[in-house]
Structure formats: C-alpha cells, structure tokens
Design a protein around this ligand. Structure first.
Ligand code: ADP
Ligand code: ASP
Ligand code: MG
Length: 439
C-alpha cells in the first residue's frame, strides 16, 4: 500500500485536479489518496468562523457566498458531463447550506470545528466524482470513521490502526481509496482537526498505521529546500534527509511539512517522498532512516515564539529550582522549545502562549519574570552538525549584524538553534544562506 497526499495548491484548480487524477491512476497498485481542501478554502473558513464569533453576520454571509461561487465555477469547469456536474453541485450546496445555517444560530467551538472540516469534505467528493466520470473505480474512506485524537489532542494511534484496517477490509477489492486530510474526531466524538497543515500528518499516520511501502507528499515545490524559499531567493532542493533531520526541520518551521508529521513514519520506518505535482519528474526529497556523514543540510525558522526569563537570586546553588519551573509549564500543558540557564537566571521559549498569563503568575513566586514576544527560532539542521569543526563561528559570522537572544548548541545531534527578534528573521536567513551555503 502507498499513501499519496496532495496539498491545497495541487487540487486548487480544475486542471490541477485532473493532473492529480492522472498521477493516481498511472498504475494499478493499491493506494490511499489523501486530499487537502482547495487552496485558500481553509483560510476562508477560518475567516467565516471569526466573523461569526464576532457576530458580523453580513460579513460571514458575504464570504460564504463568494466561496460558494468559487466552488460552483470550479465544478462547472472540472466535469465533462452534466450528470457529474449536477451530482457535484448537489453535494456542494449541501455543504454551503450547512455553513449558511451557522449564521442563524449561536456560534460555538463545536460549530467552528465542523465549519473548518467542510473544505476537505468537499474536495475529496469532487475528486471522487471526477474519477468516476473518467471511469476509474475509487472508494471513499471517510476520515471521520477512523481518524481520532485523544484528550491531549494527540492522535489515538491504536484506534486509528484498528478502525482503518476494519474499513479497508470491508472493501477487499478496492485498490484506490480517497480520504480527507486534516479532519478527525476528538475524544468527545465531535469533529475536530489536526491543526493547520494537518493533511501531511493524516498521510503519515496512515502510512504508519498500515506499515505502508511509502508516503508521497505532493505539493507545489520540488521537495524540501535548504532554506525558506518565501524569504530567500537562492535555495535548492535537498535530495535526501534522515527522519531526524526532517523532523527537526518540520518542527522548527519548514512549512512544507506539518510539525508532527515525521513522528509516525520515523517510528514505523516508512519512507517519505516530497514531490512536486507541477513537475512530477523532478526527483524531490526522500526521507528515510539513512543518515549521511556530518553536513549542514538546511535552515528553518519558527515564528510566534515567546521568550521568558526568570531571574532569581535565590536560585543560586538551589537544587530543585528547575524542576519547580518545569512543573508550572507541565501544569499548563505548554511545551518548552529552547532553554538556557545561568547561575541566577533561566531563559526559555514557548510557542503556545494560551496560558501565558497563568504561567507568569505562578513563575512570579520564584523571582522577576520578563517576557519577550515576537521572537523567531532559527534552526540550522544536519546530521551530527554540532561536530562540524568551526560551525559556531561560521553561524555567528553569517549573522554578525543580528542581535541573538539565545543559542542552543549540543542539545541535539541534528540542530543548532538561535533565537532572534522576528524583525531580524529575514536578514538572518539570508545571511546564513550566504555564510553556510555560499548562496
Ligand atoms: P500544501 O498546500 O501542498 O500542503 P504548503 O504551502 O503547506 O503546501 O507547503 C509548501 C510550501 O512550503 C512551499 O510552497 C514553500 O513556499 C513553503 N516552504 C517553506 N519552507 C520550505 C522549505 N524549506 N522547502 C520547501 N518549501 C518550503
Ligand atoms: N486544509 C488544511 C489547511 O489549510 C489542512 C492542509 O492543507 O494540510 O491547513
Ligand atoms: Mg501544507
């Protein structure tokens, strides 16, 4: 079994959706196709939710109607015959009627999650109908019947595995399955999601649950690049990455992969390939357990970081101090990314500031607490990177003009990270591209 995931831009235009159909029907090998929503849709759904929450009903209605027009035009262009068109229009109207119904009621969190799921529900059915119109046999695997998260919002892997195998065994002759990325049920059995960009995570969870031969992630670029191509002009695709390297890059902001998406495939050793839907013959990036020699592979940046410094004279020689600090973060289920300590102070970073005020209130007991918002972690990744001679001076001379707030070296064999104020991010990424890759 192979898993093929196609992102928003890959299905975002009728001609591209047809291209995807060509790719997935190119052979008869068993496969599951995971689709995102058409590009722009989830952003629009988020916006509709925001307007409904703020009781801006006319604004919400406007976005719903313009999105609906977009889908009707898409459908008109995608299909070649009338029965397929009217079948798709009927399906789309059902989803937009649901969205319209939200305008009439008190909007809550449960409605919001159901609203966010509409994009993937529509794109997969549109694709399924298209394959049928083209006389290809495909089966729908409804994600809400097997994809689930637990009370901690983590995938319930055992449940996923059992339910998925069950569903597949009910279709013994099926060899082309289609499912929704991103969406799932939560522990309350309500519709939920795997966070933005979550279709990658769906694909790798499927790959791990079925011990698939490989997972292909099809997107709008020819693989993982050595730096963020949205910021830096000269970047290049990386042919091979190890699971460890890819997982650091994903976690530290390389948008091409969802932050958690490498975890399941790393554990089950399922190879991942990043491919370009617009250039299917480009080699892309292969992610596997093979670790190459020491080398600098890529740079990634994660925004939205908050740095917290706790200064305490009582900390001097006090054992048990860090444990008590960590317990505060544990209590509020807030992971810490970077940490540095001195005799009288500890600095750490978080990317989820939902409970920041509660955390600060509890930390105040230990000493003076200072907060810096709008920080960016810049992460330089490569196998045994910290062992490369002279790596630290090279990093620092590349970003000479940038004030560095924190540095993490030696914590992992695969990365060296620096924390900078976000206003310096672009300058730092460009400087590192020149200093580390000569580009
Ligand atoms: P999809 O909709 O297919 O999931 P995404 O937009 O989530 O696609 O991810 C692909 C985009 O990620 C690329 O178009 C690129 O702009 C961005 N990106 C950021 N960092 C990297 C990187 N290091 N390598 C490749 N792409 C990157
Ligand atoms: N549609 C969702 C998003 O835009 C999931 C995804 O594309 O991976 O975040
Ligand atoms: Mg994505």
């Amino acid at each position: 079994m192979k898993i093929l995931k196609f992102g928003g831009t890959s299905v975002g235009r009728p001609d591209r959706m047809r291209k995807v159909a060509k790719i997935v029907t190119g052979d008869d090998l068993p496969k599951i196709v995971v689709l995102s929503a058409l590009s722009g849709t989830t952003n629009s759904l988020v916006e509709i939710g925001l307007q409904l929450r703020n009781k801006k009903l006319q604004e919400a209605k406007k976005i719903i109607e313009s999105l609906c027009d977009h889908y009707l035009r898409f459908v008109d262009e995608l299909y070649q015959n009338e029965p397929s068109r009217s079948r798709a229009v009927k399906m789309i109207n059902k989803h937009f009627d649901f969205m319209r119904s939200l305008i009439q009621k008190e909007f809550n969190d449960v409605d919001e999650k159901a609203l966010l799921a509409q994009g993937e529900l529509m794109s997969t059915h549109m694709f399924h109908y298209y394959l049928q119109e083209q006389n290809f046999h495909s089966e729908m695997l409804p994600a809400l019947e097997f994809m689930a998260i637990n009370e901690d919002d983590e995938p319930d892997f055992d449940y996923i595995k059992v339910s998925l195998n069950d569903l597949i065994s009910k279709n013994p002759n099926g060899n082309l399955f289609i499912t929704q990325g991103y969406i799932c049920l939560n522990s309350e059995k309500q519709i939920d999601n795997l966070k933005r960009g979550g279709s990658d995570f769906t694909a790798t969870l499927l790959g791990a649950a079925l011990s698939a031969e490989k997972v292909e992630i099809w997107t709008d670029i020819d693989g993982m690049h050595n730096n963020d191509p949205r910021v830096v002009d000269k970047t290049f695709p990386i042919a091979d990455l190890s699971f460890n390297e890819a997982s650091e890059l994903a976690y530290f902001g390389a948008k091409i992969l969802h932050p958690s998406s490498i975890i399941p495939v790393k554990e089950y050793k399922v190879k991942v390939q990043l491919k370009n839907t617009m250039a299917p013959d480009a080699p892309g990036t292969t992610i596997s357990s093979i670790e190459k020699e020491k080398e600098i592979k890529a740079i990634a940046a994660k925004d939205g970081i908050t740095a917290i410094r706790i200064k305490s004279t009582r900390m001097l020689l006090a054992y048990g101090f860090l444990r008590r600090v960590f317990e505060v973060f544990e209590k509020y289920k807030t992971p810490i990314d970077m940490i540095t300590t001195s005799e009288v102070a500890v600095s750490l970073t978080i990317d989820n500031d939902k409970y920041l005020s509660e955390i600060v209130e509890e930390l105040n007991v230990f000493g003076e607490v200072m907060i810096d918002r709008s920080q960016t972690i810049i992460c330089i990744v490569g196998n045994r990177i910290a062992e490369i001679k002279g790596i630290v001076p090279r990093i620092f001379s590349s970003i000479e003009q940038v004030p560095v707030r924190m540095i993490s070296y030696g914590g992992s064999k695969y990365n060296v990270s620096v924390l900078v104020d976000t206003q310096y991010k672009n300058e730092a990424l460009k400087g590192l591209n020149l200093g580390l890759f000569d580009l």
